[in-house]
Design a protein around this ligand. Structure first.
Ligand code: GDP
Length: 137
């Protein structure tokens, strides 16, 4: 079964909407195969977002991702990667479709509530970044 990585970002954790966001996944056919709350280090965030290292917003992105705890999850289901992207909505919450996670819970393009892998290949690497095999059940 296809798997993807989701992260509930520090803004949504601070707002107390972990449960509401998890419910979006579980109510839409995505099983939570792994989950953990953690505080990322600066090195963790830089490594996770290495693909964006040259972007002007990289420093802000890293600072934001270490500004408080996150919840990392493995979501599993048919077409899990694309389904999660649909549930998340556009990167900029102002452009996100009504009813999406970002439309409902995000404040800005920096503080946009969730991360989701953008390809099945990236999902595999991102899952390995956060979880060992025995944590995915
Ligand atoms: P995602 O896959 O929808 O999360 O978007 P990307 O992979 O393109 O970007 C990763 C994250 O970087 C986004 O979720 C935003 O938090 C942040 N980001 C992307 N584009 C911008 C931008 O133009 N400005 C700022 N400040 N942050 C951005």
């Amino acid at each position: 079964m296809e798997q993807t990585l989701s992260i509930i970002k520090p803004d949504a954790v601070a707002k107390g909407v972990i449960g509401k966001i998890m419910d979006r996944f579980e109510s839409n056919g995505l099983r939570i195969a792994a989950a953990k709350k953690m505080q990322l280090s600066e090195a963790d965030a830089q490594a996770f977002y290495a693909v964006h290292a040259e972007r002007p917003f990289f420093k802000d992105l890293v600072e934001f991702m270490i500004s408080g705890p996150v919840v990392a999850m493995v979501l599993e289901g048919e077409g899990a990667m694309a389904k999660n992207r649909d549930l998340m909505g556009a990167t900029n919450p102002q452009e996100a479709e009504p009813g999406t996670i970002r439309a409902d819970f995000a404040d800005s393009i920096d503080a946009n509530a969730v991360h989701g892998s953008d390809s099945v290949e990236n999902a595999k690497n991102e899952i390995k970044f956060f979880f060992s095999d025995r944590e995915i059940v």
